[in-house]
Every structure is written in C-alpha cells, then in structure tokens.
Design a protein around this ligand. Sequence first.
Ligand code: TPP
Ligand code: MG
Length: 276
Amino acid sequence: MEREVKEQLKDKCRQIRYLTIDEIGELGVGHVGGSMSIVDALVVLYYRAMNVDPENPRMEGRDRLVLSKGHAGPALYAVLADKGYFDREWLYTLNKPNTNLPSHADMNRTPGVDMTTGSLGQGFSCAVGVALGSRIKGDGAYTYAVIGDGESDEGLVWEAAMYAAHKKLERLIAFTDYNKMQIDGKVADVNALEPLADKWRSFGWNVYEADGHDVEAIDSAITLAKTQKGKPSMILLHTWKGKGVSFLEEKWENNHNVEISPEMRRRALEELGEVH
Ligand SMILES: Cc1ncc(C[n+]2csc(CCOP(=O)(O)OP(=O)(O)O)c2C)c(N)n1
Ligand SMILES: [Mg+2]
C-alpha cells in the first residue's frame, strides 16, 4: 500500500472515530466499545475495497456489508454519513424518536445499510444467504460480514459457517472483531473460543489473522482472501474495545454500552482532533 494512501486511511479512521463519539455523545449513551473497535475494518472496506455508490445505495451488483454485530451501528453510520449516503446531521438523531439511525442497523430505515441486524448470529446467516443469492445471479459481487467474538457463541454462526463452506461461497469474506470482550466479561472466561482459527479452518474456511487497527494489514488480508477459490474466508481481526480514546481504552473491561457525558464527549473529541 502506498504511504500516502495508508496515511489517508489512518486519518479517515480518526475522523470516523470522532463522528462515532460525537453522535453517541449527543445521545449520552451507546455501544461505544464495539463501535470503536471495528472502525478500521469499516474504513478499509468503504474507502478502498467495496464497489458501492452512495448516490445509488441499492445499485445492482454492488458489494454488500452485513454488520452482524448490529449494535455497532454508530460506527457504520459515521462511515455512511461521511461517504454521503445521507446528511451528517442525521448522526445527531441517533436512537432518538423517529430517527433513521436506530442503535442497531436497519436496512429499511438507513440508506446504505444492507441488512437489518442486532439479534446476534442472525446477520451472519443472512450474509450467507446474500452471498448465495449473488452467486446465483452471477453479479460478481462480494459479500462482507462482521461478527463479534461474543457473537460467536451463537450456534447460528456455526450453522451458517458450515453451509457457506458447503456452498463454496468464495466471494463471502467475513471478519471477527476479536476484541476479547463481550457484554458480561472476557470471551475467554465466558465461553472460550480458542483455537478460533482452527475452528474456522475445520469448518472449511480460509482463515487469516490481522491487527484490526492496521489498515494495511486489513487490506492485505482482504486482497489475499479475494485470490482464494472454492472457500469462504474469515479474517480474524485482533482489536481493542474502545480503540482511539485513552479513557475508553483503559476501561476496556467495561465500555460495552456506557454513558458518554458532555465532559467525556469533549475530552474524547479533543483527543481525536479536528474533523471538517
Ligand atoms: C441473540 C442476542 N442475544 C443477546 C443480545 C444482547 N447483546 C448485545 S451486544 C452483546 C455482546 C456481544 O459481544 P460481542 O459480539 O463480543 O460484541 P462487541 O465486543 O464487538 O461489542 C449482547 C449479549 C443480542 N443483541 N442478541
Ligand atoms: Mg467482543
């Protein structure tokens, strides 16, 4: 990746984190930790990998993203607003009455959202259906899906994983936001996933691992996944819950769905720097 491109993507991550905090701060509470941990992957997807058109959110043959961990909606909304799918002012209606941006992603309300998600496990199985539909149509599109590590406790994830491999859905590329935390504690304590890479491999997937806060590593993993034939791909992203704001990073054990007071919002935005 060219140095300039990398710097641009990194700065975009900073800006998306700023918008994410700003919109949650306006509401006063939200899924901050898991929104901040997935920003870099969303940025690589929307600013580099995906064939999408904000002017035509339902374009035939577009690549699709299913944010199966739908509670990270605020991060996706920040990206979609920045890309021009809708007015940035919408961000400040997050999860308020009559909003088009509910806390969990909703394809019937928000331009650019490809699947309604929030009930953990379901989105991923829908992504497998989307990828299968695309293959049947022969439109050449890629389907991307993001699941949480806690979400991986859902049996539905593994049913869908098995079926995707059975159908040889090589244009399905999934990510696990492996931030090591879920709602009630550490993933390793609640229901350990390791050896996670081996599990996905044994389900018939190509598996890659990357630093989920390194845009170049994420981009390389996607590029590699696209060269593979006959299998879907899983990219395990090692991430940090609350990434980008020091006081949230320090609260990694308890930043899942938390208050962002006006003072916390001010401090976080100051740390993240200006957005124009
Ligand atoms: C089926 C279902 N059960 C429970 C919940 C409530 N819930 C929302 S987020 C969450 C924790 C998910 O953990 P993880 O997938 O690790 O998310 P992240 O750390 O990325 O925020 C839970 C239990 C839900 N949304 N859906
Ligand atoms: Mg998690």
